[in-house]
Design a protein around this ligand. Structure first.
Ligand SMILES: [Mg+2]
Length: 428
């Protein structure tokens, strides 16, 4: 007789550790990156003593929600990830009385749940892979590519944070500075695609930077992301000027309606990680015809399996799929690589902030995640294939304790340096 009953592998402990690592003064439409990037590291342990890893945002309100979520998952079977979301929903309903909504205004209820679910989904898959001795890609249906291509992410930036030493990248406030940055990044990492974070300089200047990048790299796919800093009219004009130059234009203008207006006239595909950020946003975006490409991000789409659902939806509606990134550490990069490797129709090189991180600062043991020709080979070890460096986790947590930063506030930091700065959207 076959025994069809399986023993559960229960979650017995979840630790959430906030960490801080150095971040360069990268400029964007709403301000400038602060001295420290904040993240949370999740360690999820089961009754057999197996620990899986997850990584998410480090803002205070999010940390509080993660802790509520973690409490609700104690006792759950690590293979029953479908049970996590309702448990988290219940835990967050209890949290609503506590007050404090540390996440930005555009975030909906469903995406808050998914943001909390994400690192636990990743950590559970890491445990499952360790038990089964298979990489996470195998739990997602198997790798369809051995390495995941990323784009080089260019930023206008200052040479240094005020009063601090400069970083290795130096200043980039002009077209020449951006081209130099691109040459260094391509030489160091071998990227085959480039993205410029815009919304910082007047649109004419950012266009000129893209045109200069085209002259320097004749065959390189190029993208520009002004983070909704432009009006509909400006977006259409820039779209026409960069016809045939941009692979896609990312979030030129705010909102589904504005994006749809631009999309009717701009010659290139429009991508977003701002007006479609949760499953609730997809139907209205398809109805309005707002976007061609959705930038997935497992940190806000509910983890790896829900991101696979997003991939299926984009196929259904013939939308393109790319991948968004925030400043992140190695656990997130490993999760991004496993997900992208197991996503059959991923149309574009993924975004990553990786080159902006000090290589000496991470919470994973070095050596597993290395760029080669602009791509990261999929880790082949069990689970995520990365190992936590407990000492490094301690150091980065100590930095978090000492740095005093508790939320990401690009605008407030910019205003502390340039008091007249206003995060106007659209600005031009
Ligand atoms: Mg973006």
């Amino acid at each position: 007789m076959t025994n069809n009953r399986f023993d559960a592998e229960r979650i017995t402990r979840i630790t959430i550790t906030p960490v801080a690592f150095h971040d360069p003064p990268l400029l964007n439409a709403v301000g400038v990156h602060e001295r420290w990037a904040l993240r949370s590291i999740v360690q999820l342990t089961t009754e057999s003593g197996i620990t899986g890893l997850g990584e998410s945002y480090g803002d205070e309100a999010h940390l509080r929600r993660l802790r509520h979520g973690a409490d609700a998952l104690i006792g759950a079977d690590v293979f029953a990830v479908n049970s996590f979301r309702p448990l988290i929903r219940q835990a967050l309903a209890a949290d609503s009385g506590v007050g404090g909504h540390g996440m930005s205004g555009m975030v909906t209820g469903s995406s808050t749940e998914d943001r909390v679910l994400s690192p636990f989904d990743v950590a559970a898959l890491d445990v499952q892979g360790k038990i089964l001795r298979r990489p996470v890609t195998d739990l997602l249906g198997g790798a369809v590519r051995a390495a995941v291509p990323f784009s080089g992410y260019l930023f206008y930036k200052w040479a240094a944070h005020p009063g601090a030493d400069g970083d290795i990248w130096g200043e980039a406030l002009t077209t020449a500075g951006i081209v130099e940055q691109a040459k260094t990044m391509v030489a160091d990492y071998g990227f085959d695609a480039l993205k410029l974070k815009g919304g910082v300089r007047p649109p004419d200047e950012e266009c000129a930077a893209i045109e200069a990048l085209r002259a320097e790299f004749p065959d390189m796919p190029l993208r520009l992301d002004p983070n909704a800093a432009w009006t509909v009219q400006t977006s259409i004009e820039i779209g026409e000027r960069l016809n045939g130059v941009l692979e896609y234009l990312e979030d030129p203008t705010p909102g589904l309606t504005g994006m749809a207006e631009v999309r009717r006239k701009a010659p290139m595909p429009l991508a977003t990680n701002m007006c479609v950020v949760s499953f609730d946003d997809i139907a209205p975006a398809v109805d309005a015809g707002s976007v061609d490409i959705i930038l997935s991000d497992h940190h806000f789409w509910g983890g790896l399996r829900r991101s696979q659902s997003l991939a299926a939806i984009t196929e259904t509606f013939d939308l393109g799929l790319s991948m968004h990134s925030n400043s992140h550490l190695g656990i997130s990069l490993a999760a991004m690589v496993h997900l992208a490797a197991a996503t059959p129709r991923l149309d574009y090189a993924c975004d990553t902030h990786w080159p902006w991180k000090d290589p000496a600062e991470d919470v994973v043991v070095p050596g597993t995640l290395e760029f080669s020709d602009g791509a990261v080979p999929v880790p082949t070890g069990a689970g995520l294939g990365v190992e936590l460096d407990e000492d490094a986790l301690g150091r980065l947590h100590e930095q978090y304790v000492r740095c005093g930063q508790r939320d990401r506030d690009d605008t407030g930091y910019m205003q502390s340096i340039e008091p007249d700065f206003r995060p106007v959207t659209p600005r031009w």
